[in-house]
Structures are given as structure tokens and as C-alpha cells.
Design a protein around this ligand. Structure first.
Ligand code: HPA
Length: 253
């Protein structure tokens, strides 16, 4: 049994390492689902054992639809993680979620397709029996972990927009204005490409899971300038600026 990990963090676009992680060891477990996106870095953060994995690989070589979400979560679990905080770079749709905002959504809608979205894709595979095939997902993020994230942000003096709905799109292209208008009508506040199937798989694997969304841009047509063109450089610049408070937040968490 591995020594337990207080928190595992999965980094998204623009977040390829965890600032402040000390005494780092690297692990590259191969799971029953294959290899994770890259090495899992385990170190100490404010005295606690914390794991970090870059979702797209440390050199951002994997687009959202090619990430092996199952292997990533299984690797973290095998190394002793029970709580997973997903950092997701997103676009903002509704007024509260402008560029630079940190959000902690409490709902999601899945618009992705063609991704392996369950651990239950074979015959009885010994992972618990068919009785857990249909996991409850009414509340897709773990309430206790969400509350801890929101409390940690308050303790660290970091503004956070709590609640809201994350819409997971297929990508890798960004959305059309009509798609974002539809997502707004559906009730989405945020749009990203990696929130699913990750959250659903975490629930199937029995992991506590919450999303810390970093708003990098207004989604297509959602901001004050409806003709704005979204560039990767804008996304990366805004993620870097919005992430400056992350070490303090994670320390408090
Ligand atoms: N749409 C989808 N994913 C994203 C966006 C966006 O506008 N910005 C960052 N990730």
C-alpha cells in the first residue's frame, strides 16, 4: 500500500508543474488502462504529500480528446491518492466568469463524444461487480472537496466564483458563437474541453473530485467584443496571471 497522498492535482493547459512542490520524486506507473499522460510528481507542499500530473503531458503533447483520462486517474489512485483537484482552463460564458476569474463549478453538462467515458467497458472485470455500473452523478463534484476548495480560497484571500455549470466540449477547436449561445441557453457558465469524462471516471473509481476552473478568455461571442478572436497566447497569458494565487490556495487546502 502506497503512503497516502493528501491531494492530487491534475494540471490543465498552461499548468505543467506545481510551484512550491519540494522534495519531488517522479513515478510513471502503467495502469490496466495504459500509461498516464506523463510522470506523476509527488512532493511536499506545506508539509503535506501532494501529487501533480500534467493532463496534456508536460510538453502539452496530448490534445483533450487524446488524453487517457482513465490511466491518469488510475495512476493517481494506485499511488495513494483519494482526493483529486482538477485544474481546468476554460472560457467564460456568463457575466460572473470573465478572464482571470477562478471558479469552482457545482454542475456540468457533457457535450463530448467518442471518448472512453467509463471503466465499465468490458465483461465483469473484477473492479467491483455490476451493481456499481450506474454510479450516481446528480452532483458531479464531491461536495466536501468543493467546500474545502472554496474555504481555502477564502482563507488565502483569493477571490473565487463558487457554483455554476461547466460545459465540456469535444475540441480541440474552439466553439462557434452559436454553440456558445446554445450552451448559455442550456445553463452553462463555463466551457472547457477536459472536464469530461474525467469527472465521471473519478466517480466510478470512488475518488473525491472537484474542479478549479481558471477562466482564460471569454468564450466565442460571450464577451463585450462579440468579434474578438481568441488566441492561444491570450489563453496562456491569462492562465499565468490567474494562477499566481494557486500555491497559497493549495497550501490552505
Ligand atoms: N472553449 C473551450 N475550451 C477552452 C476555452 C474556450 O473558449 N478557453 C480555454 N479552454
Amino acid at each position: 500500500m502506497s503512503e497516502s497522498i493528501a491531494l492530487a492535482v491534475i494540471g490543465g493547459t498552461g499548468l505543467y508543474q506545481l510551484a512550491g512542490l519540494a522534495d519531488v520524486e517522479s513515478h510513471q506507473p502503467v495502469t490496466r488502462y495504459g500509461a498516464p499522460s506523463g510522470p506523476v510528481r509527488i512532493g511536499r507542499l506545506d508539509g503535506h504529500r501532494v501529487a501533480f500530473l500534467a493532463r496534456h503531458g508536460e510538453g502539452h503533447s496530448l490534445p483533450p480528446h487524446r488524453v487517457n483520462y482513465r490511466a491518469n486517474l488510475a495512476a493517481l489512485k494506485a499511488l495513494g491518492a483519494q482526493r483529486v483537484l482538477a485544474l481546468n482552463t476554460v472560457g467564460g460564458i456568463t457575466e460572473r466568469f470573465g478572464p482571470g476569474v477562478l471558479g469552482c463549478p457545482d454542475q456540468l453538462i457533457d457535450y463530448t463524444w467518442g471518448r472512453v467515458s467509463t471503466v465499465w467497458d468490458g465483461e465483469a472485470d473484477g473492479a467491483g461487480g455490476n451493481e456499481v455500473l450506474h454510479v450516481d452523478f446528480g452532483e458531479p463534484y464531491t461536495r466536501t472537496l468543493r467546500n474545502a476548495v472554496i474555504a481555502a480560497a477564502a482563507e488565502a484571500g483569493i477571490a473565487m466564483a463558487a457554483g455554476g455549470c461547466y460545459g465540456a466540449t469535444q475540441g480541440p477547436r474552439l466553439e462557434t458563437r452559436a454553440e456558445i449561445a446554445r450552451m448559455r441557453r442550456d445553463g452553462c457558465d463555463l466551457v472547457g474541453m477536459t472536464g469530461m469524462p474525467e469527472a465521471g471516471l473519478a466517480r466510478e473509481m470512488g475518488l473525491d473530485y472537484a474542479c478549479l476552473a481558471i477562466v482564460a478568455n471569454w468564450a466565442a461571442g460571450a464577451g463585450p467584443d462579440p468579434d474578438e478572436v481568441i488566441t492561444l497566447q491570450d489563453v496562456l497569458d491569462n492562465v499565468a496571471a490567474a494562477s499566481s494565487g494557486l500555491p497559497a490556495l493549495l497550501g490552505a487546502l
